[in-house]
Design a protein around this ligand. Sequence first.
Ligand SMILES: C[C@H](O)[C@H](O)[C@@H](O)C(=O)CO
Ligand SMILES: [Mn+2]
Length: 418
Amino acid sequence: MFVKENFNKAKQQYEKWGVSVEEAFDKLKNVAISIHCWQGDDIGGFEVNQQELSGGIDVTGNYPGKATNPEQLRADLEKALSLIPGKHKVNLHAIYAETDGEIVDRNAIEPKHFANWVKWAKQNGLGLDFNPTLFSHPKAEDGLTLSHPDKDIRDFWIDHCIQSRKIGEYFGRELGQPALTNIWIPDGYKDIPSDRLTPRMRLKDSLDEIFAANVDESLNIDAVESKLFGIGSEAYVVGSHEFYMGYAMQNNKLCLLDTGHYHPTEMVSNKISALLLFNDKLALHVSRPVRWDSDHVVILDDELREIGLEIVRNDAIDKVMIGLDFFDASINRVAAWTIGTRNMIKSLLYALLLPNDYLKKLQEEGNFTDRLALMEEFKTYPFGAVWDQYCEEMGVPVQESWLNEVKEYEKEVLIKRQ
Ligand SMILES: C[C@H](O)[C@H](O)[C@@H](O)C(=O)CO
Ligand SMILES: [Mn+2]
């Protein structure tokens, strides 16, 4: 392969537009993507009383080699991370607690149940993020949690979320970088509600109780994730976009935008600049909805490129906490992580290689012809040659050569799990 040769030629083409490829690399190296652990085991987790997946989300496929214990999941993550350039974070859910065979209900989870994850993160130079799990549990059977009419059920989940924030704080303290603890709940109704307000009032009160618990905000950052609909909550979701946008702004929390949680033609890329005018930070779950919130593996499509552009050209690399959220069990799960995360990083590199200030100037001048012409031409600039060099410099496989490593891992490790 002629990586260096191709790169040198490509670099000249970008430099012609005043774009420094080295500066782009330096910026990109510091971006930590939060890689979701749940792609590795189809959101199963390791609870002693493991329940079927609920909450209106679904994983389809039965590709061999699913991780069935924490050691396997960590090994699979290590394999994927070895194929992805940069230093990243791993995003955990409460169901990934390790309780040594003891039944610990969700309201009783503690930092100690995540000590192995912290030890592993330290060994691998990773950060950790966290999510309370308000699904796949008998107390979420009717699809209601923090907005439940029954106060006992609400209290159970409030306690779970408070414990989760303490676990986030523990991650932040141990790992020297703040953890994002994101609350997503499935609450909603299949059919047209007769009262939309009361469940939202209850959710608001529950969140107030959760955030009243004292947790160091320099170690744990709170986020709330909205949704449009789910399986079984087609007509109404309590935690809608407007609900959480209002809540987050009033209470200084982060809005987490999942790219699969909006109407099919509604783009998250278009929301980033608007929200950042009124919030210091926001968080993303980058996913790929195909007709619905299907959580397909992220590809380098128009919307992903647009998200990268909005983050980069608005100087928001430090303001947008980028997480991934997809789960595909029909393909090799290590490959799924690798494809999705490499694509997320590619979209940022693509954006860093555009003469964004010049393109903004063209717009200000009303020169829409040049704006469109250049934005289109840059799509076929030799971006791939720069990406290859980035991978080479970061010590990860160039182009599709990572696939051989995944195949080898499948043969040597994954298949033997059957
Ligand atoms: C498992 C995740 O928490 C879940 O996917 C949530 O973030 C979501 O997006 C639900 O649709
Ligand atoms: Mn999500």
